[in-house]
Every structure is written in structure tokens, then in C-alpha cells.
Design a protein around this ligand. Structure first.
Ligand code: ADP
Ligand code: ASP
Ligand code: MG
Length: 460
């Protein structure tokens, strides 16, 4: 069985975590000696991308010294971890790569700070450093442990458009490169080690796929290589029945359909980047979520059909800090073309809308990305009254059973009787119901729903 194994930030957070990755990969090689080796995709070490984002903010704010300090702290952290994993000449080579990378970056950061600006293109060059460094380290650590492997520069493989900070893959071009540069390593019996999240345009300019995008990279490479399974190794046992940061005792969901997993990821289940499922669906490749701290746990298996879960609902998700926009126009709403005009404004400012509800005189939408909110609002005000409410959240219940059991909806609403609901919407797929409420009410809403639909099952 051919697999791609993606290890997230916490799974490569330090030398100990990287050693666990080595063990997991070695065991796989030992268990399947006659199979092609796995492809390994890694994220930046935990929190590194956040620190790089902070560097960019400092540079844009002309705080050159503070920005330089973060870069040198990051280099020191990487070198310390490298020294714990790799020895001798190999360590010298690795340290030289890291030093060159971070020193070049420091030079660029100085220039950006002098200009007081970090463009999206510059930001991609900055953020890419995290995955470039971690993947080189993991490759060197594998080699130090006698695992035949080679580092592959993902920027030469993953071809994207030029939508910096949120690039989309060109699957045809990426497929050709993947088979050429990654497939050839596999044919030699080597484990290719690659950074997730990063790619480059056809002209060779570095791009990134958006925060959390390493899952997406793994799915893209996996689809291009037609693997039998895409494995997402992380710091929890799999997809849980709710976000463990909000509900204290979520349970593992053993099986999910692609559609359920997409809904959960889209509505905030951070364990999976929302686009991960797309390449998997295109090639019908199962995705498995696994815990790198507890590799013996079976995790969550995501397949086209799902195999059914015993519970009534599959899981809950929440997306916090969203903004609700109410657009009211007594005069225009029913007029031909009003909705088109309205959504054209969102399209023009590249602001995607998550939940939409309509009444006779108003349309309400939620948005997550508020980068262009001011532009959106002022353009909407040209033809409608606009009211904006920040600090809102979406709570979403997901399950194939929602299609078959109409009482689930009313029972969910009843269990939320203490929470003021702002909007409620059921998607056409009828696999999810979304509630829009105040962000401050998320813990209460999530715990009430979880108690109602999941905790009782545990007791029985
Ligand atoms: P990685 O660094 O491995 O990509 P992430 O931090 O991106 O890991 O995703 C894992 C985290 O997702 C978990 O630690 C958990 O806090 C969060 N999470 C949110 N919702 C869920 C959910 N429904 N199931 C599992 N994890 C979830
Ligand atoms: N390192 C990137 C991030 O933190 C990508 C990823 O971890 O998936 O967003
Ligand atoms: Mg992630």
C-alpha cells in the first residue's frame, strides 16, 4: 500500500517529536518492505509560522530590530534541535543550510522594514522559511538514522497560481513535476521528505496555500502519485466529536464521509484544512487522521461513503470570530438582479461568505475574512442599508443522519434554548445545520449540543 504521511507542527515541534516521526516511518518501512516507501510531508515546527507572521508585522511597522531578533531566535531554535538529531559533517551541512536561509531572510526583513511594507509576495517568501527549514531537518534526521531518503524542494514540485498567501494548485503541472521529482526518488527506494504549505508560480516565485495548508499539500501530492491513503498525523487521536479547546470530553469519530469531513473542516475543525478533501475526492483516496503521540490508535478514516457512526450526529464544529452583515432594502430586495448585485460586491473584494439567510426585506451573511470589510460595506451602502455585527460565531452540527431524521433539527434547537440564535440555516445537502450566535455563547452552545447528542451515548 502506497501512502503519503503528513506530520503537522506539533508532530515536529522539537527533537523528541521528530524522533517519534522517525520511529513511525521506520516501522512502516519495516512492516511493508516490498512496498514503495512513504512520501513524508512536514509542516513548520510548532509556532514557527506564527513567529514568521509576527516578523512580517514588525517589519511592516518599521521595527527592524525587533523583527531581526525574532529571525535570529528562530535560527537558534532550529540549530539546537538539529544538533540533537544529527552529528558530524551532516550536522555542519544542515547548520549551514539553516544559517544561509535565515541570514538571507534577515536581509530581506531589513529591506521590508526600511520600506515599512511587506507585500503578499514578500509574506510568502517569509512564511515559506518554516517549512523549508523543518523539511531539511527531518530529511537530515532520517538520514542520520539510516533511513534512505532525500529532501525534495516542494517549490519545484507544487505549481500554483499567483494568488499570494492563498494560492491554488495547477494540478496538471504539479502532477507532471510530482511524478518526475518525487516518483523518481520512490523508484530508488528513498523516502522523499518535503515541506507542506509552499509552492511556486510557473515563473518560480514562492507561494503559500494559506494557513494550515500542509494538509492540502499532502493531499495534492498524494493525488498526483495515486497513493492508496493520505495520512494526516497530528496531536489528537483523529476527528473528535467537538473542538477539544471548547468541549472538555469530545470522543473520537472513527469514520467520516468525504462530505461530512469537508463540512466539519470548513466550519472550523482545524485538524483538517478545508481543501484537503478535494484532491482525495477527485481520485477517491481515503484520508486517515492519526496521532503521532499514540500511533497505535486507529484514528479517523475518511472515505467517499463513510461507513456510518453509531451516534445520531457525527460531530460538531465551530468557527469563531466571524462577522455578520445584514443588508436591508425594502425597495430593492425582490427586484430582479438585487442578489446578483449584492454578491458581486463580495466577489469584487474577494470576501467569501459562509452562511446566507434571506427574509422578505433583508439578506444576512457571515464572513470570516474581514480584510476588505470596509470596502464591502461602503459599496453595499450604495444601494442598501447595512448593519455589521462583529464577535459572532458559527456553530455547526454535521451528520449524514440529518437527511433522514427530521427530529434532529428540532432537538438541536431545543437544546440551545438558553442561547440567543441570530441566524439558522440548513444547507441543501442537508448534512449540516449552522447556527450563528454571539462568540461569547460558543462554549455554552457547544457543550449543550455535545451533552445532548454525544455525552448521553457514552453513559448508555
Ligand atoms: P497540525 O499542526 O498537526 O496541523 P492543527 O493544530 O492544525 O495540527 O490541528 C489539530 C488541532 O485541531 C487539535 O489539537 C485541536 O485543538 C483542533 N481541533 C479543532 N476541532 C477539532 C476536532 N473536531 N477534532 C480534532 N481536533 C480539532
Ligand atoms: N505552517 C503552516 C501554518 O502554520 C502550514 C501548516 O502547518 O499546515 O499555517
Ligand atoms: Mg493543521
Amino acid at each position: 500500500m502506497n501512502v503519503i504521511m503528513k506530520f503537522g507542527g506539533t508532530s515536529v515541534a522539537d527533537a523528541e517529536a521528530m524522533s517519534r516521526v522517525i520511529d513511525i516511518v521506520r516501522q512502516r518501512l519495516q512492516r511493508y518492505p516490498d512496498h514503495r516507501p512513504p512520501v513524508v510531508v512536514v509542516s513548520a515546527m510548532s509556532k514557527v509560522t506564527d513567529r514568521l507572521v509576527e516578523t512580517g508585522r514588525l517589519a511592516a511597522d518599521r521595527q527592524a530590530k525587533a523583527a531581526a531578533q525574532v529571525v535570529s531566535d528562530l535560527l537558534a531554535r532550529h540549530v539546537t534541535v538539529a544538533a540533537a538529531l544529527v552529528k558530524g559533517d551532516a550536522l555542519d551541512t544542515l547548520t549551514a543550510h539553516l544559517a544561509t536561509g535565515f541570514t538571507e531572510l534577515a536581509g530581506q526583513v531589513r529591506e521590508w522594514a526600511a520600506q515599512g511594507e511587506v507585500s503578499p509576495r514578500a509574506s510568502d517568501a517569509l512564511l515559506a522559511m518554516g517549512e523549508l527549514a523543518s523539511s531539511r531537518m527531518v530529511a537530515a534526521a532520517f538520514a542520520a538514522q539510516g533511513i534512505p531518503c532525500s529532501w525534495v524542494d516542494s517549490r519545484q514540485v507544487l505549481v500554483t497560481d499567483n494568488e499570494h498567501t492563498n494560492a491554488l494548485p495547477d494540478m496538471d503541472a504539479t502532477g507532471v513535476k510530482t511524478r518526475e521529482l518525487v516518483g523518481s526518488r520512490l523508484d530508488l527506494g528513498e523516502v522523499p521528505v518535503m515541506g507542506g504549505f509552499i509552492g511556486s508560480t510557473a515563473d518560480g516565485v514562492t507561494t503559500t496555500l494559506g494557513r494550515g495548508g500542509s494538509d492540502y499539500s499532502a493531499a495534492i501530492f498524494g493525488a498526483c502519485l495515486d497513493v492508496d491513503e493520505i495520512q494526516i498525523w497530528t496531536d489528537v487521536d483523529g476527528m473528535l466529536t467537538a473542538d477539544p479547546r471548547v468541549v472538555s470530553d469530545p470522543r473520537l469519530v472513527p469514520q467520516l464521509s468525504f462530505a461530512e469531513a469537508s463540512e466539519l473542516a470548513y466550519f472550523g475543525a482545524k485538524v483538517l484544512h478545508p481543501s484537503t478533501i478535494l484532491p482525495a475526492v477527485a481520485k477517491n483516496i481515503p484520508v486517515r487522521i492519526l496521532n503521532s503521540r499514540r500511533p497505535e490508535v486507529k484514528g479517523t478514516m475518511i472515505t467517499a461513503e463513510g461507513r456510518g457512526n453509531p451516534g445520531e450526529l457525527t460531530a460538531l464544529a465551530c468557527k469563531r470570530g466571524v462577522t455578520v452583515i445584514d443588508i436591508t432594502s425594502t425597495r430593492m430586495l425582490m427586484a430582479h438582479g438585487f442578489l446578483r448585485r449584492l454578491f458581486e460586491v463580495f466577489e469584487r473584494f474577494k470576501t467569501s461568505v459562509d452562511v446566507v439567510t434571506t427574509s422578505e426585506v433583508s439578506v444576512s451573511v457571515t464572513v470570516d475574512n474581514t480584510r476588505r470589510l470596509e470596502d464591502v460595506i461602503s459599496n453595499l451602502r450604495n444601494f442598501a442599508e447595512v448593519n455589521v455585527e462583529k464577535d459572532m460565531a458559527i456553530v455547526c452540527i454535521v451528520g449524514e443522519n440529518l437527511r433522514f431524521d427530521p427530529t434532529l433539527f428540532s432537538r438541536a434547537v431545543t437544546s440551545l434554548d438558553r442561547v440567543p440564535l441570530r441566524l439558522v440555516s440548513q444547507a441543501a445537502s442537508r448534512r449540516n445545520i449552522t447556527f450563528v450566535l454571539r462568540d461569547a455563547d460558543v462554549p455554552e452552545a457547544m457543550n449543550s449540543l455535545h451533552d445532548r447528542f454525544f455525552a448521553a451515548k457514552l453513559a448508555s
